[in-house]
Design a protein around this ligand. Structure first.
Ligand SMILES: [Zn+2]
Length: 195
């Protein structure tokens, strides 16, 4: 089990994997520690824009870091987290590709789906409507969960290839890490509506 940590914004206790880590740079600037392993004293915040707002407004960060701190603007912090989460999702695909746990290209994807090897599918936002509909039929037939995410060009770039209209994950392990990050992203995006 991952250790529990407390959100500096709302004070809720959560698994460390569900929280974002904040560290204080030498300049006093509070920044997100995207790796979760940056040295120095850190504190945690929920992946929720409302918790960012509470954390940045309160004197809590000053007392956590025991020094005067400079906090990012809420807009900047939200932008940073969104791009970092999209990056992490792309990173999951890239790792899966390198490990032989990803299939792409129409024919390969069709073959893998028909052999029940695909455990999760990512369909590009700008995939041709007819092609996207075909992917959805395959997913429905094989009960494969899927998400529409990234452009064709981004999807291809993430796996070191030319543009791809869809990719399939072949290993439940990769699906778990991809979906964990996706949940964080969706939770975070939903929280923006409450600002
Ligand atoms: Zn919180």
């Amino acid at each position: 089990m991952p250790p529990e940590r407390t959100c500096v914004g709302c004070k809720a206790k959560r698994d460390q994997t569900e929280l974002l880590r904040l560290v204080c740079a030498a300049s006093g600037e509070v920044v997100f520690d995207h790796t979760g392993r940056a040295p120095g004293r850190g504190t945690y915040v929920c992946c929720d824009a409302r918790c960012f707002r509470r954390a940045f407004k309160s004197p809590r960060l000053t007392s956590v870091f025991q020094r005067a701190v400079v906090v990012p603007t809420l807009d900047a912090a939200c932008g940073t987290i969104l791009s970092s989460l999209y990056d992490r999702l792309g990173g999951c695909l890239s790792i899966a590709q390198r490990a032989g746990g990803l299939v792409s290209g129409y024919m390969s994807l069709r073959r893998a789906c028909s052999r029940s090897r695909v455990v999760y599918m990512v369909v590009a936002e700008d995939a041709a409507a007819q092609r996207a509909a075909e992917y959805r039929v395959w997913c429905a037939e094989q009960e494969i969960p899927y998400i529409t995410l990234f452009t064709k060009e981004e999807l291809g770039r993430r796996i070191g290839k030319t543009s791809r209209s869809a990719v399939g994950l072949l290993n439940p392990h990769f699906r778990v890490s991809f979906c964990a990050t996706l949940t964080l992203l969706q939770t975070f995006e939903a929280s923006l509506d409450f600002l």
